[in-house]
Design a protein. Structure first.
Length: 299
């Protein structure tokens, strides 16, 4: 697209822009009946967000998605969140599933789009007769009937989900949904703003724990993360005695998503960690003290 615009004749391009500037069809906007999504870059000097909001107000039932850190070519500057917005818009236009099997397939597709194929494949592999009913329930209800609703974009739903998880202290799910928020198009700066907002309404200790968890999530796009293979949930790790619980393992734990990191135990905020005196420095002839700590992967 950029190459095509660069190759266009400057005079013809300027004439076209002048013609478009005088072509005002705002009075005809109510005649549009097709489901409409308007994507606006917040830094667009030519078509500012105020103009996009005017279009959304004039088209019946239109949705507006604002793209942070994007100008006039949002699909070029921010392709991942624009694609996520388009996929959510087109999925909302599809006819609702008619039966439980169809709802399960639609929910699985949304779950894979938000959480990633690796996580969903692991969840399916670990499903037992005891957990099958619950997996079917969250796939049909949470992922089909809620996450695919047209009223909110997926990035907005990620913001809401992060805030709820911070408020309730669900730290393991928070790490999962920080990665999902990146996949849904949120930038690290936007996630930081969500956590700052949660500090005001959910409490500073809760936000402090959330920042510590999110700080360990790579800032790159999830598609660039290395693929990992599942590990045994009952594996054991040997660590120096006196190491604080909740600190990340120095060796990768492939069972915890695809970031190459794992939990030794669910993360604990500083005020909840057990206090242990550091062992005395070992002598040159004595091996360092070591203790066995059970490795409990979060998912």
């Amino acid at each position: 697209m950029v190459d095509d615009l660069s190759a266009a004749d400057p005079g013809a391009y300027a004439g076209l822009c002048e013609a478009l500037a005088g072509f005002d069809l705002r009075a005809e906007l109510p005649r549009i009946t097709a489901p409409t999504l308007i994507v606006a870059g917040r830094e667009d000097p030519a078509t500012p967000v105020a103009h996009a909001r005017e279009l959304a107000d004039g088209i019946p039932g239109a949705a507006l998605t604002e793209m942070a850190h994007a100008a006039h070519l949002a699909n070029v500057e921010r392709p991942v969140p624009v694609l996520a917005a388009l996929l959510g818009h087109f999925a909302a236009d599809a006819a609702p599933p008619a039966d439980d099997a169809s709802r399960h397939r639609a929910g699985t597709a949304a779950r894979r789009a938000v959480l990633g194929d690796e996580h969903v494949d692991r969840a399916i592999t670990r499903t037992t007769d005891f957990t099958a009913g619950f997996q079917d329930f969250i796939t049909r209800y949470a992922w089909d009937e809620i996450w695919t609703r047209p009223g909110l974009s997926r990035s907005t739903r990620s913001c809401i989900t992060l805030t709820a998880l911070v408020a309730h202290g669900h730290h393991e799910e928070l790490a999962l949904h920080v990665r999902a928020a990146r996949r849904n198009g949120l930038t690290p700066a936007e996630i930081e703003e969500v956590l700052l907002q949660s500090a005001v309404h959910c409490g500073v200790p809760a936000a402090n724990a959330a920042f510590a968890i999110a700080n360990h999530i790579p800032s790159q796009s999830p598609s660039t993360h290395p693929t990992a293979t599942p590990c045994a949930r009952s594996a054991w790790s040997v660590t120096p005695a006196g190491t604080a619980l909740g600190r990340w393992l120095s060796t990768p734990c492939p069972g915890c998503e695809s970031t190459g990191r794992g939990w030794r135990r669910p993360w604990l905020p500083p005020h909840r960690r057990p206090r242990r005196p550091h062992p005395a420095a070992p002598t040159p002839h004595a091996p360092p003290r070591r203790s066995w700590v059970r490795n409990s992967c979060s998912r």
